[in-house]
Design a protein around this ligand. Structure first.
Ligand code: LLP
Length: 417
């Protein structure tokens, strides 16, 4: 579900024609629909309305300030994985008490900053990390609320790069070792309040089976922990809800809740969840302009002004993104849609049947709102693109395109050269 639509051949975002944005901002440009972001958040919220819950939007999907702000206004919390994301979440108005902090490699500096700001919970991934947080909390005369991330060893049936809950993955504590570790931490690490269990089994998961399987294992773990005297009050089920890129049929939040809540409700815990892609993925597109049409011996290439530095998902995961013209076009041609970067992996789509395109026309790479800008880089010394947020029939540049000066900011050349 989203508010991008073709009307008489033109691609609109809510009440704004996307080419009108491109003419103002130039290309490449990310365009986000505020209404889509908000409705996705509210859909998840509604699905869990009968249960005590907190949605902590996963900033890594799209950490642009306007996006975080939009969600903060609706009451969202944040799932963060770095000092930088802590900074953004707080600056966007998310209260520290609604922030959960995950990640396998939190540094002492990051832990200290998060404790000082009073984040609601750390999702701990190993015993050494638990000991580190315990000692820093002690120095600050604080008690840290913590959950341990448990690796339930289930297969969510998604791309191997974004599978995180199998035992060969680096994440979480193996379920067979979890009880012992929780109990040790509870007994020995006096500056920790061990009150939560966290899982995150992967991303772009379209079926709920693996969640149910994982949660059943977690339910057994929670009863064991309670028998040993731990007071477990929260269960963080992570993110991972899949979206439609082409012909996937992901469960809706309501179907998802209906399947998992019967396993969770008897536990009497507060549910925390960390959706990223579900909220932002289909709320954004990357709009690019055709630079050249190159006819090869047995292949045509549509060369656009966006590259893998702007959106790396096709190159990195062979991810499929629908690509459509943003203005009326007719006829059909088969082509690879590629960027200007000096790598064969710099493509958005291969062997796509697209209308006959001309130089200067605009193309939209759809479903690019999550893991698009947030994974963008300056490779080939390309400036990061602009970002625009559309709300109704208005649009706002929420991030300016970088300048060439931005590219060398912070660099210095030693005087001896
Ligand atoms: N919570 C934790 C602990 C995570 O590691 C992630 C994502 C999320 C929540 C949010 O997952 P989501 O709801 O967005 O699936 N760059 C890849 C996706 C990497 C996901 C990393 N972790 C991609 O473009 O597909």
């Amino acid at each position: 579900m989203h508010y991008f639509a073709i009307k008489k051949g033109w691609l609109w975002c809510e009440g704004v024609r996307t080419v009108d944005i491109a003419k103002k901002t130039g290309t490449p440009v990310y365009i986000y629909s505020h209404r889509t972001l908000a409705e996705h958040y509210l859909k998840i919220d509604a699905a869990f309305s009968g249960t005590e819950h907190l949605i902590c939007y996963s900033l890594k999907a799209n950490s642009s300030m306007a996006v975080i702000n939009s969600l903060a206004k609706l009451g969202s919390g944040a799932d963060i994985v770095s000092g930088g994301e802590l900074f953004r979440a707080l600056r966007a108005g998310i209260p520290a008490g609604k922030i959960v902090y995950a990640g396998v490699g939190k540094t002492s500096e990051e832990i200290e900053a998060a404790l000082k700001k009073g984040v609601s919970m750390f999702n701990i991934e190993s015993m050494p990390e638990a000991e580190r947080i315990n000692s820093i909390a002690g120095k600050l005369c604080k008690k840290a609320n913590v959950a341990f991330r448990v690796n339930p060893d289930v297969d969510p049936d998604t791309h191997h790069y974004i599978t995180t809950g199998k035992k060969e993955n680096k994440f979480g504590i193996n379920i067979s070792l979890a009880a012992g570790l929780f109990i040790r931490a509870h007994k020995k690490l006096k500056n920790l309040n061990v009150t939560g269990v966290h899982i995150h089994i992967g991303s772009q998961i379209t079926k709920t089976g693996a969640y149910v399987e994982a949660l059943k294992k977690i339910a057994v773990l929670i009863s064991k922990l309670r028998e040993s005297g731990l007071i477990i009050t929260s269960l963080n089920i992570g993110g991972g809800l899949g979206i439609i890129y082409s012909n996937e049929k992901p469960s809706t939040p309501a179907e998802f809740a209906e399947k998992i809540l019967p396993v969770i409700r008897p536990l009497g815990v507060r549910v925390i969840m960390e959706p990223g892609r579900f909220i932002a993925g289909n709320a954004g597109i990357l709009l690019a302009k055709v630079t050249y049409i190159k006819k090869g011996e047995n292949k045509n290439f549509v060369i656009v002004d966006a590259g893998m530095n702007d959106l790396i998902r096709p190159s990195l995961y062979d991810a499929y993104h629908n690509i459509i013209p943003a203005q009326p076009a007719s006829g059909k041609m088969k082509a690879d849609i590629v960027g200007p970067i000096c790598e064969s992996g710099d493509f958005f789509g291969k062997n796509r049947l697209v209308p006959i395109l001309r130089e200067g026309q605009y193309l939209a790479v759809m479903s690019a709102g999550a893991y698009g800008f947030s994974m963008a880089s300056n490779y080939n010394s390309r400036r990061k693109p602009a970002e625009v947020l559309v709300k109704g029939n208005k649009f706002f540049v929420v991030r300016k395109r970088e300048t060439y000066e931005d590219l060398t900011r912070g660099e210095c050349v030693p005087g001896c050269l």
